[in-house]
Write a protein that binds this ligand. Structure first.
Ligand SMILES: Cc1cc2nc3c(=O)[nH]c(=O)nc-3n(C[C@H](O)[C@H](O)[C@H](O)COP(=O)(O)OP(=O)(O)OC[C@H]3O[C@@H](n4cnc5c(N)ncnc54)[C@H](O)[C@@H]3O)c2cc1C
Length: 335
């Protein structure tokens, strides 16, 4: 899979910033997608020294358009990130294209290490590294990811209204997605072969709601050269569909949080870093936002969680500044 992200994101003078290693940053943010950039914007505008280290591979980079994002419905996900880069930099935030490979605590905060060996320190850490989708291993599917093959009814269901929809189950629990999609169209085929046995009660309910079940193995994706047109079954039959909703496995990109020993919690899609309502992890001074903290976070939710973390971190700084001023007042008065 490829993406054109690097050509969309404006490079700027920050990319050769000499102070990266000499400065003790107020906040280092690992990951510059929706969540990381939202945290950075709040903190930079609060006049904190913020550094974003970003590998530039947002999860939705394969989709030409995003949906359900207020005032940006149909906008390019890469353009959203590019806008975010510009806005953070305009507020004096610094963004570097870098991959973080190490994180550990130091006396006054944290040190992060990039894959090129650069060592950077900061007082607080926000991990906004997102997650990645592990796609079903079907020839041609990866090439259609984000266009003819999608995953999220809230993102792409509306566009599938009245169309021929295939639901490619990877698990029996995935039948719920088929029921969600029934709101948009009465032409749904549920492909079950990857999911194993679907309980009889689920099969009956799907059929009762007018959905077809197809148990034969899907051999490969069929296209007209560009656009998805169907799924080829192992016996050579072509099932014509306009769009496929698949069920990829979601994997958190949480290595920095694991290195720091942040607590994890069980979610319906596996163990994930545990955070409180403002994104605080179990490690003092370390925050997580977006898909790194919440597998269900769509773009508006990731944006909100990054902003929430930014507000809470700045709140901590203000409280520390007030406490320090109060202490020096006490000393000045000789109390
Ligand atoms: C195909 C597809 C379509 C989607 N469509 C929609 C939609 O229409 N509407 C919607 O609301 N949501 C949509 N989503 C969900 C959307 O992708 C997520 O909500 C969003 O990306 C979460 O933002 P984030 O900032 O948490 O993570 P990301 O956007 O994934 O950003 C994480 C960033 O961190 C970087 N990073 C990771 N590890 C490191 C590291 N070690 N060092 C440095 N940088 C690192 C990554 O390269 C990336 O730039 C879609 C998802 C997919 C897969």
């Amino acid at each position: 899979m490829t993406s054109n992200l690097r050509s969309s994101i404006p490079s700027g003078p920050d990319n050769s910033n000499p102070s990266l290693e000499t400065e003790h940053w107020d906040v280092i943010i690992i990951g510059g997608g929706t969540a990381g950039l939202s945290a950075a914007l709040i903190l930079a505008r609060a006049r904190r020294r913020v550094l974003v280290l970003d590998e530039q591979r947002p999860r939705n980079r394969f989709a030409p358009h995003m949906h359900g994002v207020l005032s940006r419905d149909g906008y390019s996900p890469l353009d959203l990130v590019a806008d975010g880069y510009r806005e953070v930099r305009a507020a004096d935030g610094v963004i570097e294209n870098a991959v973080v490979v190490g994180t550990h605590p130091i006396a006054d905060g944290f040190e992060v290490v990039t894959d090129t060996g650069v060592r950077i320190t900061g007082r607080r850490l926000v991990v906004a590294t997102g997650s990645r989708d592990v796609l079903p291993d079907i020839p041609g599917l990866a090439e259609q990811w984000g266009r003819g093959v999608v995953a999220c009814p809230y993102c792409d269901g509306y566009e599938a209204s009245g169309r021929a929809v295939g639901v490619l189950l990877s698990s029996a629990a995935g039948v719920h997605k088929a029921h969600m999609l029934r709101s948009y169209t009465d032409d749904i085929t549920v492909f079950t072969a990857l999911a194993g046995v679907i309980p009889a009660s689920d099969r009956v309910l799907l059929e009762q709601r007018g959905m077809r079940l197809e148990d034969r193995t899907v051999a490969h994706i069929v296209t007209d050269g560009d656009r998805l047109t169907g799924l080829a079954l192992a016996d050579g039959t072509i099932a014509a569909v306009d769009v496929v909703f698949a069920e990829p496995a979601l994997v958190p990109l949480d290595e920095p949080l694991r290195q720091l020993g942040a607590d994890r919690t069980d979610t319906p899609v596996g163990a994930w870093t545990a955070v409180d309502a403002v994104g605080r992890t179990s490690v003092a001074g370390v925050w997580a936002a977006g898909n790194a903290a919440d597998p269900t976070a769509l773009v508006p939710i990731a944006m909100g969680s990054g902003a929430t973390a930014g507000l809470a971190i700045n709140g901590e700084f203000v409280a520390e500044e007030m406490a320090a001023a109060s202490l020096s007042l006490t000393h000045e008065r000789g109390e």
